[in-house]
Design a protein around this ligand. Structure first.
Ligand code: F6P
Length: 450
């Protein structure tokens, strides 16, 4: 067989790993021929290509970017180019085209596929917002880069007692912001999916300083916006490809926080550093699996589909599914991240009214509870324990836990989980109650739980 590969749209760590994998599987295992179109769809439309053999893909597994080059094509140009693309596919004797790209590329792939061209797509984006796959390669690398940057920024922020507002990529979705913010222990995260309340954000950061902490890190996805009308905000405009051109959340938010808090605040824009450089091991493996499965799909004649990861398994899905809706951060993920992570037991103390602590014998909000043993001293509380992971979602299963009232050597009263050394202090409970009432009172400044 003969197949053509191309990389289109914004680049992403792992593109070269896919190209290499396609060549290895096709050329070595199947005895196929592979060509690579230069600079994305442009290469197909202009018949600009190179032969991809084993030598051509030697040493590229760990290399960022794409050896084929990439470009963005205006949708109307591609629509006009369908016949030209078909002619080139025929002239070159291609049995399949494997485009590797994000939302725009997959839309283009669908257009060509609907017009009868043999297409097998491979999804990519650091934003991780393609709904038909649990993960896209490039995301892990971007989160790793952003997390390392946040770790570094913490030390300089602390030296200068500053608020640093760190802008990460994420046009429509806050996956990179959420994951890097959680990984680095940021003090607030704002995402495009949910307009932020500037008063609440100011209060959170202010509380942190009031509690004696000397710095704060706010992670902002580039597409995050305030609740309309709550602060002056320039939303920017659109570029020639119809993509939003943002006016800079980090700059605007740091100016606002500095004015409101009287603390020095600085914007830090991580930008394309998140897309460049070597892919993480996870992304290399995912990219390699995608390439391998794309070639297998070509051999099965399974056109008009793209590779996807579901849980830990590979699947072929229609690109229509991939472009129909964006995979946004589900509210429960965001809410969970807002809540204080109870590091000592690895359980989330639930917010949103699910946490309470009440004297023995009082029915809890989950309905009738088992009676306490006679004479037991205890409280009933409801802790949400993450138990089931489905794709990116974590299902929280409420369970009831009896807490014993205990006193330490200093005669401070607290609560203890059965069989556990950890004692919940009054403050833990206040914090949880403060969050559950939405008051934001008593929030632990180490993890303000946005
Ligand atoms: O789609 C991936 C992405 O990295 C977005 O997060 C970001 O807004 C965009 O690409 C930047 O694209 P460009 O390289 O065209 O500026």
């Amino acid at each position: 067989m003969r197949m053509g590969v191309l990389t289109s749209g914004g680049d992403c760590p792992g593109l070269n790993a896919v190209i290499r994998s396609v060549v290895h599987r096709a050329v070595v295992d199947h005895g196929d021929e592979v060509i690579g179109f230069r600079d994305g769809w442009k290469g197909l439309l202009e018949c600009d290509y190179l032969k991809l053999d084993l030598d051509a893909v030697g040493g590229i597994l760990a290399r960022g970017g794409t050896i084929l080059g990439s470009s963005r094509v205006r949708p109307e140009h591609l629509r006009d180019g369908v016949e030209r693309a078909r002619r080139h596919v025929e002239e070159l004797g291609l049995d399949a085209i494997i485009p590797i790209g994000g939302e725009g590329t997959l839309k283009a792939a669908r257009l060509l596929s609907d017009n009868g061209l043999p297409i097998v797509g491979v999804p990519k984006t650091i934003d991780n917002d393609i709904s038909a796959t649990d993960v896209t390669f490039g995301f892990d690398t971007a989160v790793t880069v952003a997390t390392e940057a946040l770790d570094r920024l913490k030390t300089t922020a602390e030296s200068h007692q500053r608020v640093l507002v760190v802008e990460v990529m994420g046009r429509h979705t806050g996956w990179i912001a959420l994951h890097s913010g959680m990984a680095a222990g940021a003090h607030a995260v704002v995402v495009p999916e949910r307009p932020f309340d500037i008063d609440e954000l100011t209060a959170r950061v202010g509380e942190r300083f009031a509690a004696g902490k000397r710095f704060a890190i706010v992670v902002a996805a580039e597409g995050a916006k305030p609740t309309p009308g709550t602060m002056d905000f320039d939303e920017g405009g659109k570029d020639v490809y119809g993509h939003e051109r943002f006016a800079g959340i980090a700059r605007q938010l740091s100016t606002e926080l500095e004015e409101r808090l009287g603390k020095e605040a600085r914007p830090v824009i991580l930008g394309h550093v998140q897309r460049g450089g070597t892919p993480t091991a996870y992304d290399r493996v995912l990219a390699t699996r995608f390439g391998w499965h794309a070639v297998e799909a070509v051999h099965r004649g399974e056109f008009g589909r793209m590779t996807a990861l579901g849980g830990t398994s590979m699947a072929m899905v229609p690109p229509a599914e991939a472009v129909r809706t964006l995979k946004t951060v589900p509210p429960e993920r965001y809410t969970a991240a807002r809540q204080r992570l109870h590091a000592r037991r690895g359980v989330h103390i639930a917010g949103g009214g699910a946490v309470d602590a009440q004297p023995v014998g009082t029915p809890g909000p989950l309905g009738a509870h088992a009676p306490h043993p006679p004479g037991s001293k205890g409280f009933t509380t409801h802790l949400d324990q993450p138990t089931v992971r489905q794709g990116d979602a974590q299902r929280l299963v409420p369970r009831r836990i009896d807490l014993a009232v205990v006193q330490d050597e200093a005669h401070t009263t607290g609560l203890r989980l059965p069989g556990d050394k950890h004692r919940f202090t009054g403050r833990d409970i206040d914090d949880a109650a403060g969050q559950s009432s939405g008051a934001g009172a008593g929030v632990d400044p180490e993890w303000s739980a946005w």
